[in-house]
Design a protein around this ligand. Structure first.
Ligand code: LRH
Ligand code: MN
Ligand code: MN
Length: 381
C-alpha cells in the first residue's frame, strides 16, 4: 500500500475531445471546446482518484496564445502540464513524410514544428517532448527505406540539440498505420537505435497498442529498462489494431505482466523516470468516466504486480520449479485488491468508489448544458 503512494498517471488532453473511427465520430454532449475545458475535465479525474495530476498536450490541437497562463490555469485546478506531443500527421505537406521527407524544405518545416513544441515546453514546464511519426510508405519501391532512416537521424539530431538540460525527447514507435507497407519507426529496436545515437536524454516511448498481435510487450519493457532507455508509456488496450481502448479492458493479465516487469526493472517508484501516460480515445463511452476507469485499472494492476512475492519467485526460479514459479505470479494476478484500494482511497479523503462519486457529482449534466458545439480531438478536424 505504501508503494502506491505517489503514483502518477498522466492524462491525454485528446481523450476528452470527440474522436472516433474513419467511419463515424459520435459527438458527446458536453465535449470540451477548448484546452481549458479539457483541463477542467481532467481535473475531475484527479479529484476522485488522486492519481492523475498531469495533462499531456498535443500541438497544434491544444495551441493557445499564452502557455504560461495555461500553466497557471491548470495549476489552479491542481494539475501540471505534462508531455508535449508533436503533430506532423495532418498537414498536406507531410503526405510523403515529415522528418524523413526527401525535400529539405518539408523536413525543415517538421523540425521547426518541434522547435515550436520545445518553446511550448519551456513555458509550460513540461519535461518530455514526445514524437510519433506517421512517416512511411504504402508500396514496395515507393521510397528508399534506408535513405529515410538517415534523414530521420539527421532531423532528430537537430531537434535533440534544442532539448533543455531537464528535458527529454521520447520517440514512439508503431508497426503500421497510417502507412501500410513500411513505417519509418515501426518497432522498439528502430526507436532504440535512433535515440541511442542522440544521447542520454533521448528515450523510447512504448504505446501498448502499437504492436503486432501476440507480441510479448513485457519482454520489450524488460529489455528497454535493462538498456536504460524506457522513457514513457502510452497506455491503452487493443483487440485488433491501434484500438485506443480503455487500458486493461482487453487484456488485464497483459497489463499485470507489463507492470510486473516495470516494477522488477526499477521503472516504478520515486527513483524512476519512466512516465506513465494514457493514450486513449472514447468513441462510444463517456469520456471522463472512461478516463477514471483507465487510471483505476492501472492502479489496480500495479497493486497486484506489487504483491508478487518476489523472494519466493526467485527461489522457485532458481530451483527450476516451473509450476511453482508460475503459481506465484498467478496468485498475485488473481488477488482481488479492490476492497483494499477503496480503503486506501478513503484513508486519503478520496471517494471509495470514484466512478460512483463522479456520476453523483452532477458535473456531466452541467457541462452538457453549458457547452455547446464540442470539438474533435483532431482526427478529421
Ligand atoms: C499514434 C498515437 C500517437 C499520437 C496519438 C494521438 O497512433 O498513438 O501517440 O500522438 O496516437
Ligand atoms: Mn500513442
Ligand atoms: Mn496510437
Amino acid at each position: 500500500m505504501a508503494q502506491l503512494e505517489g503514483q502518477v498517471i498522466e492524462l491525454p488532453s485528446w481523450a476528452f475531445g470527440n474522436s472516433g473511427t474513419r467511419f463515424k465520430v459520435f459527438g458527446t454532449p458536453g465535449t470540451p471546446r477548448t484546452i481549458q475545458e479539457k483541463i477542467s475535465d481532467a481535473a475531475q479525474v484527479h479529484q476522485v482518484t488522486g492519481l492523475s495530476p498531469k495533462v499531456a498536450l498535443h500541438i497544434p490541437w491544444d495551441k493557445v496564445e499564452d502557455y504560461s497562463a495555461l500553466r497557471e490555469f491548470a495549476g489552479d485546478k491542481g494539475l501540471a502540464l505534462g508531455t508535449v506531443n508533436s503533430n506532423t500527421f495532418q498537414d498536406d505537406a507531410y503526405k510523403f513524410g515529415s522528418l524523413t521527407h526527401l525535400d529539405p524544405k518539408v523536413r525543415q518545416m517538421a523540425i521547426d514544428h518541434h522547435f515550436e513544441c520545445i518553446d511550448v515546453m519551456n513555458q509550460t514546464g513540461s519535461e518530455d517532448l514526445k514524437i510519433w511519426l506517421a512517416d512511411g510508405t504504402n508500396y514496395p519501391g515507393q521510397g528508399d527505406i534506408r535513405g529515410r532512416q538517415d534523414r530521420l537521424a539527421d532531423s532528430l539530431a537537430k531537434i535533440y540539440a534544442r532539448i533543455g538540460e531537464n528535458q527529454r525527447l521520447v520517440l514512439e514507435y508503431k508497426f503500421f498505420e497510417p502507412a501500410f507497407y513500411h513505417t519509418d519507426v515501426p518497432d522498439w529496436g528502430t526507436s532504440y537505435a535512433q535515440v541511442a545515437a542522440l544521447g542520454d536524454r533521448a528515450m523510447v516511448c512504448l504505446d501498448t497498442g502499437h504492436h503486432a498481435p501476440g507480441t510479448n510487450i513485457e519482454f520489450i519493457v524488460a529489455q528497454l529498462l535493462r538498456l536504460g532507455k524506457l522513457g514513457s508509456f502510452d497506455f491503452n488496450s487493443r483487440f485488433y489494431a491501434d484500438d485506443d481502448l480503455i487500458v486493461g479492458a482487453a487484456d488485464p493479465f497483459q497489463l499485470f505482466r507489463i507492470l510486473y516487469e516495470v516494477i522488477r526493472g526499477g521503472g516504478y517508484g520515486p527513483d524512476s523516470t519512466v512516465a506513465f501516460m494514457l493514450d486513449q480515445c472514447h468513441n462510444v463511452e463517456e469520456k471522463i468516466p472512461g478516463q477514471i476507469r483507465s487510471v483505476l485499472n492501472v492502479q489496480e494492476m500495479t497493486a497486484r504486480a506489487l504483491s508478487v512475492d518476489r523472494t519466493a519467485l526467485t527461489a522457485a526460479q532458481e530451483a527450476g520449479d516451473v509450476l511453482g514459479a508460475n503459481g506465484i505470479m498467478m496468485d498475485a494476478f488473481y488477488s482481488d485488491v479492490r476492497t483494499d484500494l477503496a480503503a486506501w482511497r478513503e484513508s486519503r479523503g478520496l471517494p471509495a468508489d470514484p466512478m460512483k462519486a463522479f456520476a453523483a457529482s452532477g458535473y456531466q449534466a452541467k457541462i452538457a448544458a453549458d457547452r455547446v458545439g464540442g470539438t474533435q480531438a483532431g482526427w478529421g478536424a
